[in-house]
Design a protein around this ligand. Structure first.
Ligand code: CAO
Length: 520
């Protein structure tokens, strides 16, 4: 093309067809080299495309929602000839769904991994509804995950082919959409996993999600997905992007209870952003440039626990209080009991004793056995204790139900059985549900202290490391060696105060030091 300089999407790694989420320039704008031109957002990263040179914008070729890949022209600068910017490969941007010819499309269930015959649990639309691309159409729920199938493109719902309770698999037709681009619907987008770990219901944490407001909120797929993971109602989040678009940082600020930060351009100019510091997109590095690499996708369990851990870490204001317990006598008792129980086949580690000590302590401090439901604290009159189990597939948290009613050997036996099921991948979702408090023990491995992440909607978790012999003195004159257990209690500061947490630890340590306190 004569008289213009094409500015193209640079090398963005393996990403293809990445949606444009913001356009920072308009025709006539004077830009300097490195000024941001557009922002792209894949499901993994948000990337800004900076200008490779100074220039005056003649036309903006893309608009928000267009999907681009490396080499797609995004902006044209005024120029003397058919000049191309070096180091930018020439590839055409894919056609925008909005400008494509009209038609009717069958929307099918996209690739949902290994899941088959998954029940439809909710239908968010009805015939006649207008939907935008990425609006949720239906929700599916397997025994491991809840997934939303979003609209692959904008259109009007003509006919719904499924009903609640129907079982669907990849390729099943969900509905018929009168659309501006029938062809595009054949390849539906990925489903958005929402609350994959059955034990934790995000909505219970952040209040019920208004699905309609959620669907209408102006946000991209990655932000929607993150909102589901965080249990945030997008309808309540103020967007600081162009035209009020909700950006990742708006969501994170909302989830942390803060206000939406300034939008990126303004932030860059005024030093805005979260706490005055702009959030950067996740670094995209070509690791192979620096040495040989091997790529291995995270397993399903790891992905599920990652989403939960991330949500819990972002949403809950964690504080960790460390303490220690004198377990010298308990250890002697444990060894003695193990001898007595030798023939029964039950072997006691410290963990079942800790479960009993946890129950006794939770009874003294009921807010640690509670959950937040909006502005209400729900106190539970049952004591179901979760324990972190390291499995070849990743972290799992089986739950010992009614631990208050069970003996230490019964708890030990149940723990062994549950840990075995978890390691063999045979544990059922309901065996990991309903926990009121968790214990994460690294005692069999090592370490001194760590900061465990709370297993929402619980409000506290006890981290335990390896017991070690430590010199103790009551008067600074006489010293004795005591077996000492490091304790790390993480607690939700929305519910629990520091003084209560310190008291909880002291009580827990006292119970371990003398288990007769369980009787009180
Ligand atoms: N101090 C000293 N020794 C300890 C101990 C402690 N705090 N806790 C356990 N031990 C000892 C046990 O007594 C046992 O010793 P013996 O074989 O001599 O009897 C040995 O360490 C191994 O114990 P274990 O780990 O097999 O058994 P457990 O009941 O303590 O734990 C389980 C069971 C399932 C919790 C554990 O195997 C596990 O998976 N731990 C990892 C949990 C985890 O990953 N937490 C981190 C979560 S955050 O990412």
């Amino acid at each position: 093309m004569s008289g213009v300089i094409d500015i193209k999407v640079p090398d963005i790694g393996d990403f293809k067809d990445v949606p444009v989420i913001e356009v920072f320039v308009k025709p006539g704008d004077k830009v300097k080299a490195e000024d941001p031109l557009v922002a792209l957002e894949s499901d993994k990263a948000t990337m800004e495309v900076p200008s490779p040179r100074d220039g005056v914008v003649k036309s903006v070729v893309v608009k928000v929602g267009d999907k681009v890949s490396e080499g797609a022209v995004i902006v044209q600068f005024e120029g003397a000839g058919a000049e191309q910017v070096e180091t930018r490969p020439v590839v055409s941007a894919p056609p925008s769904p909005v400008s494509a010819p009209a038609g009717v499309a069958e929307v099918r269930v996209p690739d949902i991994g290994d899941f088959k015959d998954v029940p439809v649990i909710e239908i968010f639309v009805k015939p006649g509804d207008s939907v935008k691309a990425e609006d949720p159409l239906i929700a599916l729920e397997s025994d491991k995950a809840t997934m939303e199938v979003p609209a692959p493109l904008a259109g009007t719902v003509r006919e719904i082919k499924v009903k609640t309770g129907d079982k669907v698999s990849e390729g099943s037709v969900i509905l018929v959409l009168a659309t501006s681009d029938a062809a595009a619907a054949a390849g539906s987008p990925s489903p958005a996993p929402t609350s994959p770990v059955p034990a934790a219901a995000p909505a219970a944490q952040a209040g019920a999600v208004d699905e309609k407001a959620f669907a209408l909120a102006y946000a991209g797929p990655a932000v929607r997905k993150l909102a589901r993971e965080l249990g945030v109602d997008l309808g309540k989040v103020n967007g600081s992007g162009n035209h009020g678009r909700i950006l990742r940082e708006d969501l994170e600020a909302f989830a942390k209870g803060g206000a939406a930060p300034a939008k990126p351009q303004a932030a860059a100019a005024s030093g805005g952003g979260v706490g005055g510091i702009d959030l950067l997109p996740w670094p995209k590095v070509d690791f192979a440039k620096f040495g040989p690499v091997e790529r291995k996708e995270l397993g399903r369990i790891k992905k599920i626990s990652a989403a939960n851990l991330h949500r819990n870490w972002v949403v809950i204001p964690h504080v960790t209080t460390h303490d220690e317990a004198d377990i010298t006598d308990l250890e002697q008792f444990r060894v003695k009991m193990n001898k007595e129980l030798e023939k029964s086949g039950v072997k006691l580690s410290l963990l079942p004793f800790m479960v009993k000590a946890a129950v006794a302590t939770l009874k003294k401090f009921p807010e640690f056995n509670a959950s937040l439901d909006g502005d209400t604290l729900v106190y539970k009159n049952y004591w179901h204790i979760g324990f972190a189990a390291d499995t070849p597939n990743g972290l799992m948290v089986p739950v010992i139900r009614d631990a208050d009613k069970k003996s230490v050997p019964d708890i030990a036996k149940e723990m062994n059985d549950l840990a075995k099921l978890a390691r063999e991948g045979k544990i059922k979702p309901d065996q990991m549900q309903g926990g009121t408090f968790s214990i994460s023990s690294l005692g069999g491995i090592g370490g001194i202290y760590f900061t465990p992440i709370i297993n929402a909607p619980e409000v506290a978790i006890m981290g335990v490391c390896k017991g070690y012999w430590k010199q103790h003195s009551a008067d600074g004159k006489t010293w004795t060696s005591r077996l000492t257990l490091p304790l790390s209690l993480s607690w939700d500061h929305r519910v629990i105060d520091g003084a209560a947490a310190a008291r909880f630890n002291v009580y827990f340590a006292n119970v371990l030091a003398d288990l007769r306190r369980v009787l009180f």
